[in-house]
Write a protein that binds this ligand. Structure first.
Ligand SMILES: *[C@@H]1O[C@H](CO)[C@@H](O)[C@H](O)[C@H]1NC(C)=O
Ligand SMILES: *[C@@H]1O[C@H](CO)[C@@H](O)[C@H](O)[C@H]1NC(C)=O
Ligand SMILES: *[C@@H]1O[C@H](CO)[C@@H](O)[C@H](O)[C@H]1NC(C)=O
Ligand SMILES: *[C@@H]1O[C@H](CO)[C@@H](O)[C@H](O)[C@H]1NC(C)=O
Ligand SMILES: *[C@@H]1O[C@H](CO)[C@@H](O)[C@H](O)[C@H]1NC(C)=O
Ligand SMILES: *[C@@H]1O[C@H](CO)[C@@H](O)[C@H](O)[C@H]1NC(C)=O
Length: 830
């Protein structure tokens, strides 16, 4: 028996040697380190997980000479390290080896066999191995056994891979959390952590040291309570699981997309997906996403609204600033207080507050089986209970969440915000007026209120029926090809709904615009004139298209339906359209502040837009364009992006207009090659102007020009300098390290130097000669919002010579382009 056993062992070892020599011959790599087979630095060897997803080996980050054992994606072209073993104990030379030894530990030793890093174990086994699983989990175990002695998923670094549990195990008392690298070249733990906090009701926190800088909001069964930016994609899910023994946050993928959640050295948490087309990581969401993500920026009982920039905070209804003096100086940290003190013995009431991110739940109590009614009862019985809500919003809502402290860190979330109920003095209740006015007043008010209600109901029924009749009529006449299935974007879940846009009669629009009177004409674009009008009490802008001659009615309707589906806060909203015979019109929301060029290029108006507003505008345009390019279901190339096409709402938020029109008004639009160039002198990319080749990267070029214009306050078309155009000027001073001098003089006292320099560099990167050298809009958004090092810009693509009104270009196709200088210019390649 003994002999036989020995033979078995020998044959096993022999087989191993044989197999590993085969591996060497065929370049096949194993996924396992055994006691006989170890990894040695400097020999280019590594192990690769069974499905080929991850690779484990030695590496040096960036320009560092230090050596680390790390894990990265095997299949993608950019080395992306997701885990580091010896993050705090680098090797200084290429002499390390990674071995498995008894009783079952993985050790990293240096050239003189000194252990610099190791795993530990509470059990000992006979034949330990380390195996790299296809999930990215490196495990140590007994060969042939399923129980792990140790796993890297319990020791993450800065990356959360699907399947890892981020949180607390109450049995072992261990916490697993992400910690950022110190910097791009040093994987040692940096300042930032992202962790799941089980106190009160579980939430995730992004922290710098011990300070919270961002809070996810409580888990509500579907997502985080009202978080705006932790988008929940079709390919990606996450949840917080809470049991008696553990609480953890976990992500999982529902498709083959490569996605990782990574915490950067500068404290930005990103969900990145690998873009095969871009051959780069594309951010799916970024946390913090805006100012309102800053933890308790607005103090207590106050909500943050990033659309109200620069006054971000506002007291909740029935609340007033704790200190109005501080509040008026934009110091919101003192928060708000009830305008009427509570008096519990008098019986307080609860008012509903909606579309908000739920307040911090670290001092909350919950019961998942209670109903909302039970929840209210229990909260009203305890005078220190300040608010309540459902803890789970699925299936109409269930469970109970109670707050016992001042309500902190609330923000407005128009889409996906939640409801909760706050305790206020009984005199604040909406029917308190009735009580104080006695019975008579009460009756009167009731009668008034109900008659107003009845009138409103009748009115809306009338309006509905009129609409409905019109829709039916049009359907009968076969004119309404308008109802389509509309899938909502990822932000709001995956529900499908009917999508329809109103079709207006020509007579209605003629009336609304005073018969297209010259007095209400507010612009003349390449696609036709624009009129201001008044329709059903709403201000509208009517674009009368003049260039759709060859397009059929149905095609036109389809196109309009297409672009009307594009909805984003930085795109002008389409309210409807009108088609009658040759007349084709689009009805848009009316934006009172007109277009961006009338501010930035005007010597007096330019002061209205200080640097923070301009930076906000740059960022918002980038987001709108990113949406057109990749977030919307259709990929839309604008083709005529410029300052005149950026409209400003009453709060100076920019909205891109005229998107999709190039498509509507284009006859021959099958390939990305066109014999008619739609666009404007000064914003055209070289490949588009010369060869009619357009892609998303031609929009990126126009965006780059726009950024330089916004920063400098000078129009690229009208820039006058003896030697060069605006691009040339920007490039020259950028090379000389004097970018900041491009800044519009009127901005100098409001500007953030680093934002200005960053914007200029991004602007230049966008106007590179070769489309491939220009970043995608998602990279632009990312670069604008992060402080990482930017790539060096190369000489931009110039093609427009200075001081020319009429220029002729010849390309290798011998086509001529003539350029004129109307506000919106159509270039024809004949
Ligand atoms: C290995 O580590 C030990 C202890 O830190 C050190 O003294 C020794 O020089 C190292 N050897 C090499 C080859 O780096
Ligand atoms: C491994 O080491 C860590 C840190 O030294 C310790 O907290 C943990 O309890 C150890 N685990 C086992 C299984 O021994
Ligand atoms: C209001 O201000 C006072 C004094 O600054 C502070 O002690 C108190 O906590 C504030 N109240 C709230 C609700 O934040
Ligand atoms: C609360 O109401 C009771 C009864 O009306 C009154 O006596 C008491 O002073 C009130 N307390 C406060 C703090 O207003
Ligand atoms: C939760 O509420 C239910 C009643 O809805 C009750 O039976 C149960 O005991 C409560 N659980 C806790 C932990 O309070
Ligand atoms: C109210 O709730 C708090 C927190 O759960 C608790 O400490 C306190 O004892 C309760 N008070 C009453 C009167 O039940």
């Amino acid at each position: 028996m003994k002999v036989l056993f020995k033979e078995d062992v020998f044959s096993y070892i022999f087989m191993l040697m044989f197999l590993s020599s085969i591996d060497q011959c065929f370049g096949v790599t194993s996924d396992t380190i055994t006691t006989a087979n170890f990894l040695k630095d400097g020999e280019g060897n590594s192990i690769v997980s069974h499905g080929g997803t991850f690779e484990l080996g030695f590496f040096s980050p960036g320009n560092s000479k230090n050596r680390y054992v790390g894990m990265w994606y095997k299949k993608i072209s950019v080395r992306s390290v997701v885990w580091v073993a010896n993050r705090e104990a680098p090797l200084t030379s290429r002499t390390g080896s990674l071995k498995v030894i008894e009783p079952g530990i993985l050790v990293l030793v240096n050239g003189t066999n000194k252990v610099v890093w190791s795993t530990n174990t509470s059990r000992s086994v006979q034949n330990p191995i380390a195996q790299l699983l296809d999930s990215g989990n490196l495990v140590v175990k007994q060969a042939g056994d399923g129980n792990f002695l140790w796993q890297s998923f319990d020791h993450p670094t800065n990356t959360l891979l699907p399947g890892m549990k981020l949180g607390w195990n109450f049995v072992t008392g261990r916490e697993v959390y992400l910690s950022s690298w110190k910097n791009e070249e040093d994987p040692a733990p940096g300042d930032y952590t992202y962790r799941c906090d089980p106190t009160g009701y579980p939430q995730n926190f992004l922290k710098k040291g011990s300070n919270v800088i961002y809070r996810s909001g409580p888990w509500n069964g579907l997502g985080f309570g009202g978080a705006t930016n932790s988008r929940y994609g079709t390919f990606y899910r996450y949840e917080i699981v809470s049991t008696n023994t553990e609480v953890y946050f976990q992500t999982y993928l529902t498709s083959t997309v490569i996605a990782t959640l990574i915490l950067n050295p500068n404290g930005v948490l990103q969900l990145l997906t690998w873009g095969d087309a871009e051959q780069a990581w594309v951010p799916f969401f970024i946390i913090p996403g805006d100012n309102c993500d800053t933890y308790k920026l607005c103090g207590s009982y106050s909500s943050c609204n990033s659309n109200d920039f620069p006054v971000l905070c506002g007291c909740l209804d029935k609340f007033v600033p704790n200190s109005s003096e501080a509040w008026n100086k934009a110091d919101w940290s003192g928060g708000c207080v009830r305008r009427t003190q509570l008096n519990c013995s008098q019986g307080d009431v609860f008012l509903k507050y909606s579309q908000l991110k739920l307040p911090d739940t670290r001092n909350s109590w919950s019961n998942v089986t209670m109903t909302l009614e039970e929840c209210k009862n229990i909260c009203s019985k305890n005078c220190s209970c300040m608010a309540y809500s459902n803890s789970d919003i699925r299936d109409g809502g269930s469970g109970c969440l109670l707050w016992f402290n001042n309500l902190l860190d609330i923000r407005q979330v128009p889409k996906g915000g939640l409801d909760f109920y706050i305790r206020v003095a009984s005199s604040e209740s909406d029917d308190s007026l009735e009580q104080s006015n006695g019975k008579k007043g009460k009756t009167l008010i009731w009668i008034l209120a109900s008659s107003v209600g009845v009138i409103l109901v009748i009115l809306s029924m009338l309006i509905y029926h009129r609409r409905r009749r019109k829709v039916l009529e049009l359907k009968k006449r076969g004119r309404l090809g308008y109802t389509g299935n509309y899938k909502m974007d990822l932000n709001s879940g995956n529900c499908a709904e009917e999508f329809e846009i109103p079709l207006f009669d020509l007579s209605t629009i003629a009336k609304a615009t005073n018969n297209f009177s010259i007095d209400v004409k507010i612009g003349e674009g390449g696609f036709g004139p624009v009129y201001k009008g008044m329709l059903e009490g709403q201000e509208i802008a009517v674009k009368r298209l003049s260039r759709t001659s060859t397009q059929g009615e149905n095609e036109f309707k389809n196109e309009v339906l297409y672009i009307a589906k594009l909805q984003h806060r930085n795109l002008v909203k389409i309210l409807g359209c009108c088609i009658e015979g040759e007349e084709k019109m689009l009805i848009y929301e009316y934006l009172p502040n007109g277009s961006l060029d009338s501010f930035i290029f005007d010597d007096t108006q330019n002061k209205v837009l200080d640097w923070p507003k301009r930076f906000h505008i740059i960022n918002s345009i980038a987001r709108g364009l990113m949406y057109l390019h990749q977030d919307s279901q259709l990929r839309i190339i604008h083709r005529d992006l410029k300052a005149n096409n950026i409209l400003l709402d009453k709060d100076m938020n920019p909205k891109i207009s005229d998107f999709g029109l190039a498509k509507i008004c284009e006859e021959d639009d099958i390939g990305a090659k066109t014999n008619r160039v739609v666009g404007t002198y000064g914003y055209l990319s070289p490949e588009y102007a010369l060869h009619g080749l357009y892609s998303v990267k031609s929009d990126v070029f126009s965006f780059g020009i726009l950024v330089l214009e916004i920063v400098s306050g000078k129009s690229n078309r009208r820039f006058s300098h003896p030697d060069h155009n605006l691009l040339g000027h920007a490039w020259k001073i950028y090379k000389e390290g004097r970018s900041i001098e491009l800044l519009d003089e009127c901005l100098s006292d409001t500007c953030s130097r680093s934002e200005v320099i960053r914007s200029i560099c991004i602007g230049l990167l966008c106007v590179q000669q070769c489309p491939e050298d220009r970043p995608s809009m998602s990279s632009v958004v990312f670069m604008l919002n992060n402080e990482g090092v930017l790539p060096q810009a190369k000489q931009p693509g110039f093609y427009i010579e200075r001081n020319t009104k009429e220029v002729e270009f010849s390309s290798n196709q011998h086509t001529n382009v003539s350029v004129s200088e109307t506000p919106i210019t159509i270039l024809e390649v004949r």
